[in-house]
Design a protein around this ligand. Sequence first.
Ligand code: ADP
Ligand code: MG
Length: 262
Amino acid sequence: MRVAAAKGKGEPAALEAEGLWKRFGERQVLRGASLEVAAGEFVALLGPSGAGKSTLFRCLTRLEEPDKGTIRIAGHPFHDLYGRRLADARRSVGVVFQQFNLVRRLSALDNVLAGRLATTPFWRVALRRFTEEDRERAALALDRVGLLPQAHQRADTLSGGQQQRVAIARAIAQGSRVLLADEPVASLDPANARRVLGLMRELGRETGLAVLCTLHQPDLAHEFGDRILRMEGGRVVPDRSGADFGVAAPVGFLGEPDYEPG
Ligand code: ADP
Ligand code: MG
C-alpha cells in the first residue's frame, strides 16, 4: 500500500496535497497530512470518528482554509487561488457528502446544472443563464448514473442512493477531475452503497476521474479501493489492516439493512 499514487512518467497526480495543517482552538486536527490520488484511481480513506477526515476534505475544497500546506489539482496550485479563479478551479473538484447535499426543492436536472452555484444564494439567476447545450450535458450525466427518468423529479423526493447519484452526475457535468466523497454511503443500505461505490469506481476507469472516498466499513474499502489510506494522528498513512483481512465479512457486519423508499 502506498500513500503516493502510481503515475505515468512526468504526469502530475489528479490530486496532490502536501503537509496540510489545521487547528481549531487548542485542537490540532491536521498535522502535516499528505496524499496523492492519480487519475482513474479510487482511494478509500479509513480512520476513526474524529480523526479529521472531514476536516481534510473541507480543506481540500478550501471550504476550510488550511493553516499550512499545498494542494494541487492536475499539477496546478489550488491552495493559493482566490475569488473568481478559486470558483473556476473548484469545478474540477466534485463533492458527495453523507448528508445529501442537493438543493431539496430543485429538480435532479437543475441540481446537476447548477452544480456548486446551487449552494449559493444566486442559483436562481445562475439557472437562467444555462444554455441548451448545458442542459444536454446535464441530461447526459444523469443518464450515465441511471437517473434520466428522474430528471424532473424534485431532489427531496429521491431516495438517498438516488440523491448521491445526482451528486455524482453533478461532478461529471461540471467536468470534475477529482471526486471527494465523504461518507457517501453511510446512510445507505448495503445494496445501494455498493451501487454508488461501483458507479464511482467505473467512472474512474472510464473517464479518469480520481476518487477519494471516506468509508466506515473496511470491507467496502477493500472491495472498491485501488488503495486504502488511514487517517491517524492528523496524518495520512497507508492502511495496514489489509494483511489479515478476510474476504468474507462476518454476518451482520454491515448492520441492519436500512431500506429507503423508492
Ligand atoms: P472525522 O471526519 O474523521 O470524524 P472531523 O474532521 O469531523 O473528523 O473532526 C476532527 C476533529 O476536529 C474533531 O475533534 C472535531 O470536533 C474537530 N472540528 C471539526 N471541525 C471543527 C470546527 N469547525 N471547529 C472546531 N472543531 C472542529
Ligand atoms: Mg467525518
